[in-house]
Design a protein around this ligand. Structure first.
Ligand SMILES: [Zn+2]
Length: 273
């Protein structure tokens, strides 16, 4: 994948056999195997169906078995491009007898928080690696110079070299420049990081909050404001009224259980009721 001419390493987006550790499916205590009755494949699709199954077996996607206690029917979808896609209908068989792990979907802030102090950044579908930031920092016209100065002897002062911020605020970490513990993002990657910050449409305030803990570039606040202001989803988020907690008095069980008095004053040194 390429953004602004920068190659982002990504896994290939193709179906295939899972090569990781074995996956466990937790079944309910009273689960009983279900072998669903075979369904007829539409006559017109039979050849394509057989071919697809053979190909999937050859690719290691399916495995031929002689016997199974469990059996699910397949569902055939004809693709616009002409081919077919075979999916399994596990809903009435395996799914119904599984214990589903209920995991809360993590919030963006939590993910960023977990990343605090990490040198390798990885988003679920867009890995931005520290080495990429380091590489672009070296190549960056402005940051490249700062990096060189910081790498030189400790006596070097950025102010003397024409940079406004004092040297003590900048440090090198894994080849990246950090400014007050925030990773300084080179110009070329700013759009990408802004895109990541904006992904969850959290609105200006939250995006700035996350940025302040993790990333920095001159004018980042303005860029965040511009990104959020031109986005209708962020506007919706920002305009959501705060949840008000209604306070109401419990209904009294008998007369004179509670008295409310409104006071006015002080008037000539005394409260009026
Ligand atoms: Zn937005």
């Amino acid at each position: 994948m390429k953004i602004d001419g920068i190659k982002i390493p990504m896994e290939l987006d193709t179906a295939g056999a899972f090569k990781g550790p074995a996956i466990k499916v937790h079944l309910k205590l009273d689960a009983k195997p279900i072998f669903a009755r075979a369904r007829d494949v539409p006559f017109a699709l039979r050849d394509a169906y057989a071919k697809e199954i053979d190909e999937k077996i050859a690719a290691g996607f399916y495995k031929r078995v002689d016997y199974s206690e469990w059996g699910s029917t397949t569902h055939v979808i004809t693709k616009k491009t002409g081919g077919i896609r075979i999916t399994g209908n596990y809903k009435p068989t395996v799914n119904a007898q599984m214990i589903i792990d209920e995991h809360q979907i993590p919030k963006t802030e939590d993910i960023f928080n977990q990343m605090k102090g990490c040198t390798v950044f990885a988003h679920l579908d867009l890995p931005v690696i520290a080495s990429l930031v380091a590489r672009e920092t070296r190549k960056d016209q402005h940051l490249g110079k700062i990096l060189q100065i910081l790498q030189m002897e400790s006596g070097q002062c950025l102010t003397r070299n024409g940079y406004k911020s004092p040297k003590c605020k900048y440090e090198i970490s894994s080849g990246c420049i950090t400014f007050e513990h925030r990773v300084v993002i080179p110009t070329k990657l700013q759009k990408l990081i802004l895109h990541e910050l904006h992904k969850a449409h959290l609105g200006i305030v939250k995006m700035k909050g996350i940025a302040r803990s993790f990333v920095y570039w001159p004018g980042i606040d303005k860029d965040i404001e511009n990104a959020a202001r031109t986005c209708e989803f962020c506007a919706k988020h920002a305009n959501q009224p705060q949840k008000c907690s209604d306070h109401y008095w419990e209904y009294p069980k008998s007369p004179w259980k509670r008295i409310h008095i409104d006071y006015a004053g002080p008037f000539e040194g005394a409260m009026l009721d």
